[in-house]
Design a protein around this ligand. Structure first.
Ligand code: AMP
Ligand code: ZN
Length: 134
């Protein structure tokens, strides 16, 4: 896609620090890392979010994410790794070419913590039914 930064990285029009590439995906270092080795994995096919994804393509992309996660883990001797994937502005997505964040973690690094669970009383039955029926 013409105006997409990540498509430009795939095409070589914008430089990147590549860590893995094949016919279907590219992995490169995030330019604003939240931890050393913070890597993005993107499909070479442009689509914006998981909602636009062919489920099979997304599955293949996920398999490559696992491959790159193992490479990072071996190379950087992580204690753990977060794999995050934002969809839509409300989720924090800024670049609308689907991508996974792979964030290497060390014990007690304080890089990322999940917020407290929602306090309100949750109707689990209702919400589970709503999603399963959709
Ligand atoms: P998101 O908020 O999930 O859309 O994340 C987009 C990510 O892309 C951010 O973490 C940015 O730091 C990263 N990013 C933006 N431009 C570049 C670039 N030219 N090279 C590498 N990473 C980039
Ligand atoms: Zn793109």
């Amino acid at each position: 896609m013409v105006d997409c930064i990540f498509c430009k990285i795939i095409n070589g029009d914008i430089p990147s620090y590549k860590v893995y590439e094949d016919e279907e995906v590219l992995a490169f270092l995030d330019i604003n890392p939240v931890a050393l080795g913070h890597t993005l994995v993107i499909p070479k096919e442009h689509y914006e979010t998981v909602f636009d994804a062919q489920e099979e393509s997304f599955g293949k992309l996920s398999a490559k994410v696992a491959k790159v996660a193992k490479k990072i883990n071996n190379a950087l001797d992580c204690d753990g790794i977060n794999i995050l994937q934002n969809n839509g502005k409300a989720s924090g997505q800024v670049i609308f070419h689907v991508h996974f964040h792979l964030i290497p973690r060390k014990e007690d690094d304080g890089v990322l913590t999940f917020p407290n669970v929602i306090g309100e009383k949750v109707n689990f039955e209702e919400i589970a039914k709503k999603i399963s029926k959709a």
